[in-house]
Design a protein around this ligand. Sequence first.
Ligand code: FNR
Length: 374
Amino acid sequence: RPGCTHVNVADYERRAKVVLPKGEFDYFAGGANDMVTLRENRAAYRRLRLRPRVLRDVSSVDTTRTVLGERMAHPIGISPTAEHRAAHDDGELATARAAAGTCSMMVVSSSATTALEDVATAGGPNMQRWFQLSLSSRKNRTVLAGLVRRAIAAGYTALVVTVDRPVLGRREADLRNCYELAPRLAEGRVVSATGARIGRRPDGTMDLGQASDARPEAGKSLNWDDVHWLRTICGDMKIVVKSVMTREAAEEALAHGVDAVWVSNHGGRQLDTVPATIEILPEVVQAVRGRCEIFVDGGIRRGTDVLKALALGASAVFIGRPVIWGLAHSGEHGVTDVINLLNEELVQAMRLMGCKKLGDIERSMVAHQSSYHA
Ligand code: FNR
């Protein structure tokens, strides 16, 4: 990348901070309460050290992997994040085009600012796509069933069920900034996610009515039975439970017949002071004992982070904010660049580690820094 001003993900984040209004940047970047978990997601990767193998022929490197039965060109997918149109006018359409162009799995958020059908069309028939549902909002089963039907019709192959959001985390920067999604985008978001009707009050302001999940009582009634129920209506779609942060939750997810668990703490935006995801991954791997696939997200900003997560047992990793920073930089082009960057870093890290293919990445290649101190 000679002459390039953006050579890593942090460069894109710095750029996003310059181009986005403060309210938007803080919304995307921030975490809950003291943001302990947000910082730990990054810091924990730095505490892991790599143990390379040497003198292996790494002239060609293969990053392909089969994930939930689908062949992926590489193991880096796009986490579901809300409101892409607050980062760039093209919003989720740009993300979808970048996902298609880089052969990346895109997980579309149920708080997207674009209808799930339009995202699918923008990505084209070859874009690998899953749809994220929150068992959190006040959406009742009728609304959820409607979303699932639409996702099936639009070619989504898995449902990612987010379980760590019975209520919204307390993000203090948003409170200070009085952050609210711009009304023109809020309308798109609610319609896309719920198909709900939006009323206008007599004074012309919007009434998000039933569809608003900002209400404090949002979704407290949904529970594990709803995961089981989703299975009965989702046809051939796989079910992934996202935001598993303990062995107990992993066991429960397996007991409800899920196809994969996703270790996530919502990028540190929900319950503060839960551990970093990369610290929880080994516990979940141990509990799952090969019975389903395991994904992880949170704090992945380097190819070496991807490699560490794969070494510790993830089949694939996902990135949230880096995609937003790419969008803020230059829409589709920026997202493409960020994903390509991470993939180039992964290939570089694999070569330096003596790994020709993802299957060569072993548990013993990662050690905690404390094991090097007497
Ligand atoms: C999220 N995340 C998220 N998760 C989800 O299941 N549904 C959603 O709508 C959202 N929305 C959302 C918005 C924003 C702005 C962020 C930053 C995150 C969580 C997301 O899927 C993922 O778990 C984290 O973003 C991963 O951490 P990193 O890569 O951002 O550090």
